[in-house]
Design a protein around this ligand. Sequence first.
Ligand code: G3P
Length: 218
Amino acid sequence: MKFFVDTANLDQIKEARDLGVLDGVTTNPSLMAREGVTGKDAIYAHYKAICDIVDGDVSAEVISTDFEGIVAEGTALSEIAPNIVVKVPMIKEGVKALRYFSDHDIRTNCTLVFSAGQALLAAKAGATYLSPFIGRINDLNWDGMQLIHEIAELYAIQGFETEILAASIRTSRDIVEAGKAGADVVTCPLDSILGLLKHPLTDIGLEKFLADHRAANG
Ligand code: G3P
């Protein structure tokens, strides 16, 4: 199971990398805006900076919504660095673009996925990664993790190679649940990854070990 960090914040990406468990980065236009990165040149330079930090895949999302625009933008993004993955929305023009990119050996991440039908379409079009948005489904009081189960079963039965990238993951427990449900990758904020560390018995146990060592050794 791969861990991606879902942020455009360079310090957080470095911290995740230094932890030694980071396999990649996902971004989206909202995350880029949150970092104050605006304008095409600055956005492309920021993607380059992220790619210089991590060896793994870095998803860079297109803004265009028409086929020609998505292809032009995605091609330009893919030229920033070899580890760029072009993030394409699950819309009709996006599906056409996924097929184009697949035929031209440009790797993709199909985003804004909320149903198994959309997952089927993206895999048929040759998407490298598929991003079902778990948290946003849960926000509507539906079951986001059930969707991961359903897609994992569907892809296994049909033999699709598209990797399931559980996105909009916001809690440490959801990372574990996504893994159990069959996600190949999770992407989440750094805090959710760091949350996996936490258990009070670990802290209590360590404190006792160190106290015993001090008592015995002075
Ligand atoms: O990768 C997509 C993800 O960033 C969406 O997360 O928390 O905005 O639903 P969220």
